[in-house]
Design a protein around this ligand. Sequence first.
Ligand code: ARG
Length: 471
Amino acid sequence: MSSPSRSGAFEEAADHRVELFTESVSFDRRLYRQDIAGSVAHAHMLADQNILTAEEASQIQSALEEIQLKIESGEFEYRTELEDIHMHIEHALIEQLGDVGRKLHTGRSRNDQVSTDFRLWVRDALDKIDHLLVELQRSFLSRTDLDEGTILPAYTHLQRAQPVLANHYWLAYCEKLQRDRERVADCRHRVNRLSLGAAALAGTTIDIDRENVARRLGFESVAANSLDISSDRDFAAESVFVLSMIAQHLATWADEWILWSTVEFDFIKLPDRFCTGSSIMPQKINPDVLELTRGKTSRVIGSLQTLMVLLKGLPLAYNRDLQEDKPAVFDAFDTVQSCLELAIPIVRDSQLKRESIESRLDRGYLDATTLMEYLIKTGMPQRRAHHAVGALVRRAMGEGKRLADLPLEAFQEMDSRLDESIYEVLGVEKAVQSFVSYGSTAPQRVVEQVRVWKERLEREPEYDMSCTTGV
Ligand code: ARG
């Protein structure tokens, strides 16, 4: 059978390699649900406009529903000569309905059809990602009850820097994920615009009602320029950028916890069910899921690169190059979805090794900056205080002591007015207690923030995460 897209204008059938080279049904079959929903909406709009009869529209709807059932039960036959999912579904419709089926493609083209289907798919997929982000935030937040009061060394340059409450740490990830959610929501507006009606590129002479279709499909607006619509894949690139940022955040988390789970750090115990073994070293319990979370970030960023290069310099309007957008977008969504699905239980169920962390908190002079700020508050210029505390650290290191172990005279050598109150900021616990600024690890601030996050996440619905794969 020759492709239905080859009209009477062709003198010969396609070379068999062309069929294989140009087909997309092997991957765009994932759009079947959206394609059917779009066609049902289009048919009813055509009926509302008296272009089809109501009877024809409902025949089309029933036939499409049957086709959907066939696809879902695995009985539907895919054939490369039918190119893409749009042709497959239309062909099956015509097989069932004859000329009534042949009327469906009135006033539309595959160019606006594929864009509509894809937007619907991306919209659903973004919603799913958003739900997973909320669940991951809930996992981080659930840690705040488990790890209340625990202090962690925080790092810059991966060198011990200052002490923070573990709860401050968990909330840092809630914030990052919140920005991801904001990006998802913002991007969703630009995804959620109706393309259908642009037809091939110039619109149509048929009296269609695009607002009608938009309402039926839940689009929030109707894209205004047919030439723009046919060439617009900004929404695809943008959504994969949003996914790339999520992947970056997950990679940072994964990377930290890989380090934390080493004997050297010994900060965290990952649940065994999310670890893997070694085929040669019997003692190994490896954090492969975290490593792959970090590693798969490269695929997501790779998809972003694919899309940007694909779109670069394409002339208006539709070009077949655009067909290459889908594998990149599908892969990026699948990858981020699977990473999030695993991160949720790992974050929730890992155990912080409190004793091990605590036993080494005194190392690294985590209270040095707090001491410097104490001196500043006594009137010492910051640069002087910075230098002076550096010298005290050197002295303490030489003597194998903590700053809190130095005698009062050591401090009074810098400034004779200093008194015993200096010890109130020394030692990791006291150092943490002395923070005050908004956004800091000050215990009261962190308690407030935990409350803010609890309220915020309680307002979010509970999502059913049991069937999240395979949008
Ligand atoms: N399968 C195509 C795509 O994904 C849509 C078909 C448009 N084809 C065409 N020859 N105008 O972009």
